[in-house]
Ligand binder design. Structure first.
Ligand code: FAD
Length: 327
């Protein structure tokens, strides 16, 4: 038995040259479709006999080209972020900033998927004009397009307003099969933006993704690291994944790519480009929370695992929050 992949053009010459009599033939018909069948051949009375007893099997090629969006954030070099005591807004002097380290893993994940399956990668950041720097860094790693969501009206946004603004930006940017976020940032550190974007876009989300198990044209199966357990989840596209560090080792930006992309245009999305023109949904106006104090959390190893329908779990969570006097 020979396993091989041949186009119709070279199949016959291969069969004549080969000294084996069985093979597994795959005929590529287009980018997405192929016929696959086991076959037997031989030479009889100077004529080549080619037989297949199996019926043709038609399959869709495993994966389509992916349209991937990666959300990246510019963060201060230092993780000591202060809070303005009057406004409750995080103080960033903006002088020394870098790409949020967790977002490097998200970019690397997108690059690996693109290298394997084809497609295109767009990176998106919400921030001041200087945040363009992290988009250029992503270009030097291999991203194809960049979007900067920037407007003074978005300043002072908390997590809710940030995720809403980003989701509005995504809606005006186009359709994406897969949205990738880092697990968390090194400044705000809430790990809430990714899941909240997925809620606003009404698409499924998996957080703490530590490995891609399988990918096909309609869905992706991933490992979710739950600290004590690993859960494997399969979700349909379009979806959002918040990836953990170590999913892949991020590559270094390439000097050649940096030079090649130094003049590449970056799409800027501001308030006027968004569908929702209600200013109360953005920036400080759209932020119901205020930072009072920043401190390292206490380590609490106590965990409860619940299972059941979404309806049952929602009720259970509601009662738990009441019991803990959070609501
Ligand atoms: C009351 C309040 C006021 C604030 N004021 C300001 C302010 O004036 N200026 C300011 O800069 N911040 C401000 N912040 C912080 C800001 O809300 C958070 O930085 C932002 O919501 C992101 O949250 P996070 O850093 O916890 O991200 P996480 O949820 O930890 O991030 C997870 C992932 O989401 C994606 N992501 C997060 N943020 C962005 C982004 N901006 N663009 C693209 N992708 C992103 C990344 O993939 C990231 O890895 C304020 C926060 C509060 C609560």
């Amino acid at each position: 038995m020979i396993i091989g992949f041949y186009t119709i053009d070279n199949l016959v010459s291969f069969l004549l040259q080969a000294d084996k009599t069985y093979c597994f033939v795959t005929l590529f018909l287009s980018e997405n479709w192929y016929y696959q069948f086991p076959a037997k051949w031989g030479v009889q009375n100077d004529a080549m006999i080619f037989q297949t007893r199996s019926r043709f099997i038609t399959e869709k090629r495993k994966v389509k080209s992916m349209n991937i969006l990666v959300c990246i954030k510019q963060v201060p070099e230092s993780n000591k972020v202060e809070v303005d005591p009057v406004t409750g807004v995080l103080k960033r002097n903006g002088a020394d900033s870098k790409m949020n380290p967790y977002d490097l893993y998200a970019i690397e994940t997108a690059l690996r998927i693109k290298e394997q399956e084809g497609g295109s990668i767009c990176v998106l950041t919400m921030g001041p004009v200087q945040a363009e720097k992290v988009i250029r860094e992503a270009f030097a790693m291999g991203a194809d397009r960049g979007i900067l969501i920037s407007d003074r009206k978005f300043g002072g946004a908390d997590v809710l307003a940030t995720s809403y603004t980003i989701s509005q930006g995504i809606k005006s940017a186009g359709d994406f099969d897969l949205i990738l976020c880092g697990k968390q940032t090194t400044d705000g550190d809430t790990a809430q933006v990714g899941p909240e974007i997925s809620e606003w876009l009404n698409i499924p989300c998996v957080s703490n993704v530590s490995r891609i198990v399988e990918l096909d044209g309609n869905s992706i199966a991933v490992e979710m690291d739950m600290t004590d357990d690993i859960e494997i989840t399969k979700i349909q596209f379009p979806c959002l994944l918040a990836v953990d560090k170590d999913i892949f080792m991020p590559r270094l930006p390439s000097y050649v790519k940096k030079q090649e992309t130094k003049d590449r245009e970056i799409t800027v999305i501001n308030f006027s480009n968004l569908k929702d023109q209600d200013e109360h949904h953005y920036g400080l106006n759209g932020s119901p929370t205020q930072v009072q104090r920043i401190f390292p959390p206490e380590v609490n190893a106590h965990r409860e695992m619940w299972s059941g329908t979404a309806e049952k779990l929602t009720g259970q969570l509601f009662h738990k929050l009441q019991e803990l006097k959070f609501i």
